[in-house]
Design a protein around this ligand. Structure first.
Ligand code: ACO
Length: 293
């Protein structure tokens, strides 16, 4: 992604780590105009990512990053654009308190590092940049991919995880997060707190931002609200819990995804399997329950 200013002036490293302060270097800390440009980059990246994922609104922006304890890894190619540099993409992660179901259907309370947003510029996808960025984050956070939770991963991200990290079998959840089988085995027992199954529907402490933006869109009156595609009810084969009614448009990879069976290039981003595993959030969730943390 090109910008009408020098990307190398904003981001000195090939991969920069940004947090609430929106600071990528000592230089940008001291110069407010550089921070404005960094905010422009983040806003445009967030919009491009939302468009690529067919989200009604961005889940990443400069203002959101300033109010969330998330970390954003931003990758540039410093040589392109006649030496001014281009932005290749970004990866956003953060800790979330979640109720997850283990393989026995027992609710576990965890606070894993979650992959929240991930985007590589369209013309640069499938060139290995995503892998480089993801590996950088793993090293920086000192974590294995299987110990992460994934916030409603796209078909492309699922294919990416299967290809590079052999993550294929996930454990169905009643929220939108995807955890893979070894998540529960590899995590130290002390990190997994079994919880008494709450009465009524299960609500994660912090719902994913991408669902929150959908909620915001739904509350807008027509014609401002984005048209919603019709959702099907979750089928019993896609759910292990009677309280699955709280799960919004989630991906429940009950079995190995067909995307992993052959050449994923042939996969449609909206496969019937994905559709069958999506469902609608119960309207009983209030905005205060949609915690943004
Ligand atoms: N269709 C299917 N699989 C894909 C596609 C695609 N269009 N693009 C990448 N992949 C997967 C494949 O496994 C591919 O291997 P292959 O080419 O041999 O099939 C592999 O990723 C390529 O690895 P990289 O080149 O390292 O990945 P890339 O640089 O393309 O980054 C990413 C992966 C971030 C998923 C990128 O494709 C992208 O930005 N997609 C659009 C946005 C998106 O879906 N982001 C994830 C949202 S969900 C979330 O953030 C929790």
């Amino acid at each position: 992604m090109e910008f009408p200013f020098d990307i190398n002036q904003l981001f000195s490293e090939r991969i920069s780590i940004l947090d609430q302060n929106l600071v990528a270097s000592r230089q940008s800390k001291e110069k407010p105009d550089l921070r404005v440009k960094i905010a422009t980059v983040l806003d445009e990246l967030g919009e491009a990512s939302a468009k690529a994922q067919d989200l009604p609104a961005p889940i990443t922006s400069a203002s959101k990053l300033q109010f969330q304890k998330h970390q954003l890894y931003l990758m540039k190619d410093g040589e392109s654009s006649r030496g001014r540099g281009v932005v290749v993409g970004f990866l956003k992660v953060g800790y979330k308190k979640l109720f997850l179901l283990d393989r026995n259907g027992v609710h576990i309370e965890v606070e894993p590092l979650c992959v929240l947003d991930f985007y590589i510029a369209e013309n640069l996808q499938r060139h290995g940049y995503g892998l480089e960025l993801f590996n950088f984050m793993l090293q920086h956070q000192n974590v294995e991919p299987v110990l992460l939770a994934y916030d409603r991963p796209s078909t492309k991200l699922l294919a990416f995880l299967a290809k590079h990290y052999n993550l294929r079998q996930s454990v169905p959840q009643v929220n939108n997060f995807v955890a893979f089988e070894d998540f529960f085995y590899k995590r130290a027992v002390s990190q997994l707190r079994r919880v008494k199954k709450p009465d009524g529907e299960i609500k994660p402490y912090s719902l994913m931002e991408r669902e929150a933006v959908r909620q915001e869109q739904r509350t807008l009156p027509w014609p401002f609200a984005a048209p919603q595609s019709p959702h099907r009810s979750v089928s019993s084969q896609c759910s292990q819990s009677p309280s699955a009614g709280s799960s919004p448009r989630r991906v429940l990879p009950c079995v190995t995804h067909p995307a992993f069976a052959g050449d994923s290039r042939e996969q449609s981003p909206h496969s019937p399997l994905m559709d069958c595993c999506r469902t609608r959030r119960s309207n009983s969730l209030s905005r205060s329950q949609l915690g943004f943390n």
